[in-house]
Design a protein around this ligand. Sequence first.
Ligand SMILES: Nc1ncnc2c1ncn2[C@@H]1O[C@H](COP(=O)(O)OP(=O)(O)OP(=O)(O)O)[C@@H](O)[C@H]1O
Length: 599
Amino acid sequence: MPAEDHPLPSSWRGLDRTLRLGWTASPGLIAVAFVTTVGAALPDVLIAAALAMLADAVLSGEQLGVVTASVLLGVLAVMSWLLRLLSERANRRFADRTAVFMEAHVVRLQSGIPSLEHHERPSYVNRVQLIRDHADTLSEVYQYLFQAVGAILRLILTVALLMTIHPLLGLLGLFAVPTAVVSHWRGGVEHALEERVGHHERLARHFFLLGTNASPGRELRVGRARERVRQGRHRAWAARHHAMARARWTTTAWQSAALTVFSCAFLGSVAGVALGDGSAAEVVLLLTAGSRLAQYIGQTLSQVHFLRTIWLEGGRRLLWLEELSSISAERSPASPPERIRSGITLDRVSFTYPGTDRRVLNDVTLHLPAGAVVAVVGENGAGKSTLVKLLAKMYEPDSGRILVDDVSLADMPADAWRERLSGTFQDFARFEYPLRLSIGVGDLARAEDEEAVERAVERADAHTLVDRLDRGLDTQLGNTWAEGAELSQGQWQKVALARGYMRDQPLLLLLDEPASALDAETEHLLFEQYAERVRALKDRDLITLLVSHRYSTVRMADLIIVINGAEVCEQGSHEELLALGGRYAELYEIQARAYRIGK
Ligand SMILES: Nc1ncnc2c1ncn2[C@@H]1O[C@H](COP(=O)(O)OP(=O)(O)OP(=O)(O)O)[C@@H](O)[C@H]1O
């Protein structure tokens, strides 16, 4: 899908959506927050009029007028203070409530998108990162928005007050327009740039993590590369900073020019009223309201700037993510079969990662027979994991079809298909839950099922691991917990493998280098047992697709597929491929020789 297919929606649509979400999260609080924040504008502005009344009464010596104006001033000041207080409390409570709501919404959206495109496509990664970074602060958009509305209301009321002195003073409001326009433009420019240079920030973050985490720390010390990483981080930050600083200088210059235009107009009008036939009260009103006008313009600008940079842009990206998620959502009429009779067929499948132009799989035609254990081999980068991703429906092929028996995978809802899959992936997750749940999430509905978890442990041959832990399956995993047990890389992988074995009757089991952190002998034994178990269940239709670089494991498969240069170059059983004397035979012989020499 090209990038233009999902452009960012407009700020207005983003704002509309953000408001609706706020209303859904807490309609009562959003209403109170709005009324108190915007309502505080009224007493604020009227204070200038009360001051003018007071000046008038003092100069004309009217005692009653002085008392009335003073009382009015007091009431307005108290009202202004009270409304501010209420608005602050209401906004705070509302933000707390919506923060959790927004974060959950973002998590739901991101994990609900069937494809991995938003995590892997370079032009989307920056957007997703911005949403992720601001997910918890998106709830503050409302406070800034209401304050911006309040500031605009103050501006309008102040201009109306000034027009009571002379209608032409209303033009002061016009002189404020350039500042508002520049401020709006400024926020957009800076935010778009931030997104464009987001890769520098990610790079700096990557170097930061390299320099501060334990596992890269070992290699950095041995390789004496700490300084190199530090410089890399510094350069990445500098690249980001220079680009941002240049843009900020330009936008600040425009904003200063716009503010100068307004200041000149204001000073000119004060001089006009003072030197003309304006009364003392009018001069007081112009000075108080006019100087506040500048303050209100400043407030409006900063609120609009904040809104435009972080909050509204966040809302636009959130809406973009919602649209992406609904576009990717299920349009698929077919259900996955209960059983596979014939197998899964790839018919002239080609695939290119979105945002790139190199074909990773080219015209691949394959048949994975029902009940078979199929191994996929090939050099690094050959396209093995990509094949696994297509079979898991993480991506759709650019051309060609994947058929489950005779139903196209493209016609099946991704979630329904994935309920019939099991898998362990190369970059497996470390779920820092109690061990039982860390395995159970492989089939969450049965996570509490004691027997199901025990069976998964047995299939992954993870008994030793469970026995070694003080509290067995109830042990809390992960060192982010005070009492959490940290596992070795191989042990974490065994947990992932057990997770992949949680489902009892999947149609397809995807094992993408599931034992790369285990030693060759353990991997061999594990899959020997596995292959025997699968073959013993003769009537089963389970297809196992195993990606491995170890030929001692691969040779046990019923069918071996060799991928080279994005294409399938050989396929057959171990014996057939050895007899063929091609690429497989060559690679097998190299490993077997190395193993013999090693012995
Ligand atoms: N998200 C992605 N975006 C763009 N290109 C990608 C992406 N993931 C993988 N590739 C490219 O696709 C090609 C195939 O990658 P794949 O992960 O399928 O290889 P593999 O055969 O599994 O390799 P390995 O044995 O090293 O795991 C590689 O050249 C890789 O650079």
